[in-house]
Design a protein around this ligand. Structure first.
Ligand SMILES: Cc1cc2nc3c(=O)[nH]c(=O)nc-3n(C[C@H](O)[C@H](O)[C@H](O)COP(=O)(O)OP(=O)(O)OC[C@H]3O[C@@H](n4cnc5c(N)ncnc54)[C@H](O)[C@@H]3O)c2cc1C
Length: 243
């Protein structure tokens, strides 16, 4: 198929794979408008640098009030920490590339709140030039392929950034949607377990993340900042792939 680029000459390819995230341009071009595939989950969120002294190493600490949440995450693998903010909202009109506007949207919800560490977290987040802001969206596509174009990862299947998982749901969704003949032979893939990283002692069970409580209360909760069944776990890794 012939592929045209914004800043390069056109080329022909046998296969095109879109691995360009939740707001995939490949999906828009080959499958249709984003609104058909990305379900708005009634929240917006921001993820940015935080003053590490505000959090504890290897812990995620969250502060909830009705309709809003702020948190800090220190992985232990990095010197820095990440602040995150989330608020409930009807769909908002804003420029997806205007970081200054994104910061204003978060400030509007959290500035003036003297609870917990919100003022300090907001201060360091707003100073981060790579401040990440987005709508909480869940990606669902009817099919991962259309002719010679295929989608992988968030472009095809994303539970939502609030799930605390991205790598795991992607193959699970793929398994359900692949035509039977393309499924790997049972001997080739043990679906119950994934091989452990080299530094881990044994097989790691596929984890599930617990749904957030439906009714937010003004409280703080701390979770260990390392993978464990039943904990939600934002990570500095995905925050690096800012869309
Ligand atoms: C705040 C936050 C916390 C998260 N926490 C976790 C977690 O704890 N655990 C977990 O497993 N998952 C987590 N996730 C989800 C995880 O980050 C994603 O599932 C994962 O990054 C998806 O990978 P991907 O390669 O499909 O897409 P992405 O990581 O989004 O990568 C897409 C890439 O395509 C590039 N791109 C987009 N458009 C174009 C274009 N037109 N031209 C060229 N390049 C383009 C982007 O710059 C980006 O580098 C989190 C996500 C967020 C936002």
């Amino acid at each position: 198929m012939l592929v045209t680029f914004e800043r390069a000459p056109s080329r022909r390819f046998h296969l095109v794979v879109g691995a360009d995230g939740t707001h995939s341009a490949v999906r828009r071009l080959a499958f249709g408008a984003e609104e058909r595939f990305v379900r708005f989950k009634d929240h917006y969120f921001a993820f940015a640098d935080a003053d590490a002294s505000l959090g504890e190493v290897r812990w995620v600490t969250m502060f909830n009030t009705p309709g809003r949440m702020a948190g800090i995450y220190r992985s232990g693998n990095h010197a820095q920490a990440k602040a995150y903010f989330m608020f409930h909202s009807a769909p908002l009109e804003y420029d997806h590339k205007d970081v200054a506007e994104h910061k204003r949207l978060i400030s509007k919800r959290f500035a003036g709140d003297r609870s917990w560490r919100i003022r300090e977290l907001l201060g360091s987040a707003l100073a981060d030039p790579e401040f990440h802001f987005d709508a909480l969206g869940q990606v669902r596509t009817g099919s991962w392929h259309n002719g010679r174009v295929a989608l992988v990862g968030d472009s095809a299947w994303c539970a939502s950034p609030a799930s605390g998982a991205g790598a795991e749901p992607a193959p699970a969704g793929e398994e359900r949607r692949l035509p039977a003949g393309l499924l790997p032979a049972p001997a080739a893939v043990d679906r119950r377990r994934i091989p452990p990283p080299a530094h881990m002692p044994g097989p790691m069970p596929l984890s599930r993340t617990r749904a957030a409580p439906r009714r937010a209360r003004a409280n703080t909760a701390r979770h260990p900042g390392h993978p464990r069944r039943g904990t939600t776990r934002p990570s500095t890794g995905p925050g690096d792939s800012r869309r």
